[in-house]
Design a protein around this ligand. Structure first.
Ligand code: MTE
Ligand code: MO
Length: 437
C-alpha cells in the first residue's frame, strides 16, 4: 500500500526544485515526474521524497560479503514467509485432503497467482499419479474410443491462455454468516486464482475420436479417490475447453491436477476436473453426485437452478482490506481484482460511501476474457468512517449485484455463486473491517 501525506509531498516537491539544496539529477527527476504525471500520480511519488537526505556511509554486512550460492529451484525471500495460503479442512485430520486452501489475494499484486499459492479445492486429497502410468480415455458416443498417454498428449498442438479458476463456493461465508466474519480477504474470498495455462484444445482430440450424431454432453471423470465427475455441454467442450498440461510455464502442480486437467474458461471451478482420466461422450447429463448434491442454487420459490456453469461478474478490493489498518489519513492507492465468466471486464467503479457515489477505477493493462484484471484508484482518506466497495461490469453488460439482490434471488440456505459487492468498512482509527451493506 502506497501512502503519503499530501501536505508533506507538496513541501518536499518545493524543496526539491530549489537548486541550492538538491542535486541536479534529483531535481530533474522530480520535475520530469511532475510534468509527466497526473496530479494524483505526483502525490504517489512521496516515498522517494521522504528518503533520507544524506548518503549512507556504513554498509550492512549483507552488502559487503559474498552472497548465498545458487539453487536448482528458487524460493520466495524468507522475509515473505507470511505470504501463504489459509488451510480450511472440512473434516479436520479425519480427511486431511478434503477441503480447501485459499489464495492470500490481499498479499498479491498483478493478476498471476504464483503456482505455490494457487487455491486448492479437493474432495479427497491429491492423488500421487505416476505420469508413466497415466492414461486419458475418450469413449462413449464416439466413432473410435481413444487412449492417450502423457507422451502422446505432449505431441499435440498447444496453446497458452491466462484464465482464472473460481470455486462456486467462494465467498459463501459472506452469505451464510449472520454477522460479517473478520478475516483476511484471502480467507473470505481466496477460492480464486489465475494462471497462464498451456494445453491442448479439446476439440482436436474429440475430432480425432469422431463424434456420434447423438453426442450432446461429455462426462469428465477424475482419477482421484473422490472420482470427482461433472457433465459438460458438448458446445463448451468444442468451443474453448482445454486439457491443461502446464501452469505458469511449468508442468501442472500436483494440487492443480498433475499431469492433466480439464480447463473450462470462465465456468465454475468444480467443472475443471483435475487428474482427468476419462471423457465419456453422452446424449444427456449424467447427474453425478458432484452435480446434484452440491453447486446447485436453491431459489426462494422452492425450486432450484439445475446448473450454473458461468461464473458471475465479480470484483474485490484487495488493498486495503479486512484486518489491515491505515496508519494515517491521507492518500492511498486502492488495488483489486475483477473477473467475469462471461468474457472481458469492461469497467470497475469504486465507492467510498457504501454505494451512494461511484467513480471509475483504472484497469491496469488490457482486460482479457476469463482472466483476472487488476484495477487501481487513488483515494484520499480524510480520517472519517468510510465504506469501500468495488463494482464490476463485463462486456456483456452484467453488473456485479449487491448482497440484498443475492438474498432476494436465492433461498435462505443458498451459498454458491456469490458474486456480490464486498464492503470494507474503514473506521476512524484506520482499522479495516468486513461489513454487510
Ligand atoms: N478430480 C477432481 N477434480 C476437481 C476437484 C476434485 O476434488 N477432484 N475439485 C474441484 C473443485 S470444487 C474446484 S473449485 C477446482 C479447484 O481447482 P484447484 O484446486 O486447482 O484450485 O477443481 C475441481 N476439480
Ligand atoms: Mo469448487
Amino acid at each position: 500500500m502506497t501512502r503519503s501525506d499530501p501536505k508533506s509531498v507538496i513541501q518536499n516537491n518545493e524543496a526539491a526544485i530549489n537548486p541550492h539544496n538538491q542535486s541536479n539529477e534529483r531535481r530533474n527527476f522530480l520535475r520530469g515526474g511532475v510534468k509527466a504525471a497526473s496530479l494524483v500520480a505526483v502525490a504517489s511519488a512521496s516515498p522517494m521524497v521522504q528518503a533520507q537526505e544524506s548518503v549512507q556511509k556504513d554498509f550492512p554486512a549483507w552488502s559487503i560479503t559474498p552472497g548465498k550460492g545458487f539453487s536448482e529451484y528458487g524460493q520466495p525471500s524468507t522475509f515473505e514467509f507470511n505470504t501463504k495460503r489459509t488451510i480450511a479442512k472440512a473434516y479436520g485430520d479425519l480427511a486431511p485432503g478434503t477441503g480447501s486452501t485459499r489464495t492470500p489475494i490481499e498479499k498479491l499484486e498483478g493478476i498471476i497467482t504464483p503456482s505455490g499459492l494457487h487455491f486448492e479445492r479437493s474432495h479427497n486429497g491429491s492423488p500421487a499419479i505416476i505420469p508413466k502410468e497415466y492414461v486419458l480415455t475418450i469413449h462413449g458416443l464416439v466413432k473410435q474410443a481413444l487412449n492417450f498417454s502423457i507422451e502422446n498428449l505432449l505431441r499435440y498442438p498447444l496453446k497458452t491462455r491466462t484464465y482464472f479458476i473460481e470455486c462456486a463456493g467462494n465467498s459463501a461465508q459472506n452469505i451464510l454468516a449472520p454477522q460479517p466474519v473478520q478475516a483476511t480477504a484471502g480467507s473470505l474470498h481466496g477460492l480464486i486464482s489465475c494462471s497462464d495455462w498451456t494445453g491442448i484444445p479439446l476439440s482436436i482430440l474429440l475430432e480425432e475420436a469422431g463424434l456420434d450424431s447423438k453426442a450432446k454432453w461429455v462426462l469428465a471423470e477424475g482419477a482421484d479417490a473422490a472420482a470427482m465427475s461433472r457433465s459438460v455441454p458438448l458446445e463448451k467442450i468444442l468451443d474453448d475447453a482445454m486439457i491443461a498440461l502446464y501452469q505458469n510455464g511449468e508442468r501442472l502442480r500436483p494440487e492443480q491436477g498433475y499431469p492433466a486437467r480439464l480447463l473450462l474458461p470462465g465456468w465454475e471451478g468444480n467443472m475443471n476436473v483435475k487428474w482427468l482420466r476419462g471423457l465419456k461422450v453422452t446424449s444427456t447429463p449424467t447427474h453425478t453426485k458432484d452435480e446434484t448434491s452440491k453447486y446447485t442454487d436453491p431459489m426462494s420459490n422452492g425450486m432450484a437452478r439445475q446448473f450454473t456453469f458461468e461464473m458471475g461478474v465479480k470484483s474485490i478490493i484487495t488493498n486495503p482490506s479486512a484486518t489491515m489498518k491505515l496508519p494515517i489519513p491521507g492518500l492511498y492507492q486502492i488495488s483489486g481484482i475483477a473477473w467475469s465468466g462471461a468474457g472481458r471486464i469492461l469497467r470497475v467503479e469504486i465507492s467510498s460511501d457504501g454505494g451512494k457515489n461511484w467513480f471509475n477505477a483504472t484497469l491496469d493493462g488490457e482486460s482479457q476474457p476469463h482472466s483476472l484484471v487488476r484495477f487501481r484508484a487513488p483515494w484520499n482518506w480524510k480520517g472519517s468512517p468510510a465504506f469501500l466497495q468495488s463494482r464490476a461490469t463485463d462486456e456483456k453488460g452484467h453488473v456485479q449485484p449487491t448482497r440484498a439482490v443475492y438474498k432476494a434471488n436465492n433461498s435462505v440456505d443458498g451459498r454458491y455463486h456469490n458474486n456480490t459487492i464486498v464492503t470494507w468498512a474503514v473506521e476512524t482509527d484506520g482499522s479495516v473491517k468486513n461489513a454487510y451493506l
